[in-house]
Design a protein around this ligand. Structure first.
Ligand code: ATP
Length: 304
């Protein structure tokens, strides 16, 4: 793996260290799929990655390099062909409750109101159908309802939105509800797969801002997949670039760049040329694993 790109010393100091505890360990993970009778297509090749609790990791990489596959494995929806995924020290072999998940769209139940969508997770996790006849269910429901209304407010939605159905909401509102739905389960890890990609630039910007505020307030571990380098630089405390190996006889993607960033979030407005240099560097790194190693060394040299 390419060494961590060192930015300004204070930026590195601000990044969460592994002393906080490892939240996710992608432990030499290989994923391959059968193609025809005797061949397999390697997607990820012995990917090794440790994510500390409280980091905001953004995963970038060209289309098809295995970003969503990695997220699905952390969620427990898919198993590696070789290697293992450990979350909070436990090997993941099924979908667990420790991860909240927000996909690009269509994650809400269309036949439930916003409030129904938010309450469903905690209700299902704590009470099966017969258990709901117990007197304690009423008090539980009241508490969950209050919590759901607070989450809605935190996401910038109005109390009157609680009774609306998903089809009555804009795409941006639906994604706010989807984030609130994930947070209702109080996950220690939040996984987001192109969660803002279907939104217009203005809505996307306000959701990015909101997500940063939530992260700074409560510091969950976030793994966020995107194609958008500017979004990554604004959100991430650490950027991981996956890139396909291009050398002869090689296959699958590896971590081509592993870079810590200041927690203040970077933007063109704030960081000017430094931001543009990083965008160019990250985009070049995503084009091929072997070239990325050399590029990163050159970039570090230039950055001194
Ligand atoms: N069940 C499967 N069977 C065969 N191939 C699969 C399967 N799931 C994923 N793939 C392949 O694995 C590769 C990686 O897919 P993945 O969705 O993880 O990529 P990605 O980096 O998230 O791409 P994008 O940015 O376009 O969403 C793709 O070539 C995809 O076709």
């Amino acid at each position: 793996m390419v060494p961590v790109l060192e930015m300004e010393a204070n930026a590195l100091a601000a990044a969460p260290s592994s002393a906080a505890g490892t939240a996710i360990h992608v432990d030499r993970v290989t994923v391959s799929y059968a193609v025809g009778k005797n061949t397999r297509k390697v997607i990820l090749d012995e990917v090794e990655l440790e994510i500390a609790a409280g980091e905001f990791v953004v995963v970038l990489g060209e289309t098809g390099c295995g970003k969503s596959t990695m997220l699905r494995m952390i969620l427990g929806q898919e198993q590696p062909t070789a290697g293992a995924i450990h979350v909070a020290g436990k090997t993941i072999d099924r979908v667990g409750a420790s991860c909240g998940y927000v996909p690009q769209k269509y994650s809400l139940f269309p036949d439930r109101t916003v409030l129904g969508n938010l309450m469903m997770g905690p209700e299902t996790a704590n009470y099966h159908i017969l258990g709901r006849l117990k007197p304690s269910f009423r008090a539980f429901r009241k508490a969950v309802r209050e919590q759901a209304m607070k989450q809605l407010e935190r996401m910038g939605l109005h109390a009157t939105d609680a009774d609306k159905y998903p089809h009555q909401l804009s795409g941006g509102m639906q994604q706010r509800v989807a984030i609130a739905q994930a947070l209702m389960m109080k996950p220690t890890i939040l996984l987001m797969d192109e969660a803002f990609s279907a939104l217009d630039p203005g809505t996307r910007g306000s959701l990015q801002q909101m997500l940063r505020e939530i992260w700074l307030e409560t510091k969950p571990t976030v793994v966020f997949v995107t194609h958008n380098t500017a979004e990554a630089l604004f959100l991430a405390s650490r950027i991981i670039v996956l890139a396909k190996q291009t050398g002869p006889g090689r296959a699958g993607a590896k971590v081509a760049l592993d870079m810590r960033l200041p927690e203040t979030g970077m933007s063109l407005k704030k960081n000017g040329q430094r931001f543009l240099d990083l965008v160019e560097h990250i985009e070049l790194c995503s084009q091929g694993f072997e070239a990325a190693a050399e590029l990163t060394l050159n970039f570090e040299g230039n950055a001194q």
